[in-house]
Design a protein around this ligand. Structure first.
Ligand code: KG4
Ligand code: ZN
Length: 352
């Protein structure tokens, strides 16, 4: 069951949401990283699970083929097949999971089940320099916001997380309120670049410990838009006509986006500072789709300098969903000989 001594080549498949992705890594180095994005969801303002599963079925064979070709690798050179087992949309996970199992069975190669959120953390181990263990990672994606204490590549613990919306949802839901298409996070980032982040003040929730909450911010933004920014106390008291609201958004879009982004980023950074102080750890990473946000990246570097951290951010293509991170997670599990049975079950929700 083992790969060639000293040489470990992993084929990885990621299909947890609306990206069908495949990657090959050899001895922890990424040889290829391919993604098919699903355009079909754009007109629905969010991911439609049924359509995502169907698109995965269409995309998976060509994407795996491309990843193998770019890596100059054939299926028989693969030592193991890693796949995202959880968490995610169950129909999407099942497509990647069944495909990986079929390959494992046909090639007589071990199967490695990977936790998507742990893989986001481990994206920081792709490339150089790498963080030293133990490190902290703020993982911010469309479905999760977590601070993870990472003791080794295969031993980690969530020490803080959101009790309601994820940071990515806070971006996407705010964008939706501004009439921007899904996913709105990158658009808020784009408009924020030209805006004044101090122009509008949104509340920072008072959450104890290392947990986050973003639902209050979403409500504040809703009232703020309904009031066309007129009241500083964003309450449902002064609702303006749709026309006035739209005009207000249009004329102030850059400043609104910059102010929303600034608040989301400050909520994240304040908790990360607290986590570092509590644990005494100064090797600090960020990961997940929202770590592609330019405001967060900039603030993370500035805070890192102030706090004396050594900071790490994955390359842009490894921040949003990708299979390279699944391959890296699979590689470390391979080194631990941590393989799964063919009976392993995909799961929408995941335990750590
Ligand atoms: O990690 P990811 O690709 O998928 C999940 O596992 O959820 O994260 C997707 C999230 C979406 O909410 C998207 O709006 C957000 O990441 N995102 C951004 C940016 N790029 C992606 N949010 C803010 N600024 C960005 N530049
Ligand atoms: Zn993700």
């Amino acid at each position: 069951m083992k790969g060639t001594p000293g040489e470990v080549t992993i084929l990885a498949i990621e299909s947890s949401c609306d990206e069908t992705a495949a990657a090959v890594c050899k001895n922890g180095h990424i040889l290829s990283n391919k993604i098919a994005n699903q355009e079909v969801h754009k007109k629905f303002g969010g991911v439609v699970p049924e359509l995502a599963s169907r698109a995965h079925l269409q995309n998976i064979v060509p994407v795996v083929d491309l990843a193998l070709k770019e890596a100059n690798c054939n299926l028989h050179e693969i030592d193991a097949i890693a796949f995202t087992q959880s968490p995610g949309l169950i129909g999407s996970l099942l497509v990647g999971g069944q495909f990986a199992k079929s390959l494992s069975l046909a090639l007589h190669k071990p199967l490695i089940a990977v936790h998507h959120m742990q893989a986001h953390v481990l994206a920081n181990l792709i490339g150089e320099p790498k963080p030293e263990f133990p490190f902290l990672c703020l993982t911010v994606s469309g479905g999760h916001t977590q601070i993870v204490y990472c003791e080794t590549a295969t031993k980690m613990q969530v020490i803080g997380e959101t009790i309601d919306d994820a940071a990515g949802e806070a971006f996407d839901k705010s964008a939706k309120l501004l009439g921007l298409p899904y996913p709105g996070g990158p658009l808020i980032d784009k408009y924020a670049k030209q805006g004044d982040p101090k122009r509008f003040q949104f509340p920072e929730p008072q959450m104890p410990g290392l947990d986050f909450s973003f639902s209050g911010l979403k409500t504040a933004i809703l009232y703020f838009i309904q009031n066309a920014g007129e009241s500083l106390v964003y309450k449902q008291e002064n609702i303006k006509s749709e026309e006035v609201q739209q005009k207000f958004i249009k004329e102030n879009l850059n400043d609104i986006c910059a102010s929303i982004q600034q608040r989301i980023v400050s909520i994240l950074m304040n908790k990360l500072i607290k986590a570092s102080r509590t644990t005494g750890i100064k090797q600090v990473c960020i990961a997940g789709g929202v770590s592609a946000n330019s405001g967060l990246r900039k603030s993370f570097e500035e805070v890192g300098k102030e706090q004396g951290w050594k900071t790490f951010i994955p390359a842009f293509e490894y921040c949003t969903d990708n299979a390279a991170m699944i391959a890296i997670a699979g590689y470390y599990k391979f080194l631990d000989q941590d393989f799964s049975e063919l009976t392993v079950v995909s799961s929408a929700r995941a335990e750590w």
